[in-house]
Ligand binder design. Structure first.
Ligand SMILES: [Zn+2]
Length: 64
């Protein structure tokens, strides 16, 4: 699965007026599907493409 950043680079993912991620191919807002502890998987309800965004680098779990 591509990363969300890669999708942005490839022009497949964009941001709409509200600043939400959207599929630029279908012009549909992406739906956050899975919220794993290391990131969120967002998918387009139309074409089914999915991109995974990692948790913010600034946000780190303590300890570990
Ligand atoms: Zn799409």
């Amino acid at each position: 699965m591509k990363s969300l950043r890669r999708g942005l680079w490839d022009g497949e993912v964009g941001k709409d007026a509200r600043g939400r991620f959207s599929c630029r191919i279908c012009r549909r807002s992406l739906v956050a599907r899975t919220e794993a502890e290391d990131g969120v998987e967002r998918s387009c309800p139309d074409c089914g493409r999915a991109w995974k965004s990692r948790a913010s680098p600034r946000w780190r779990t303590t300890g570990g």
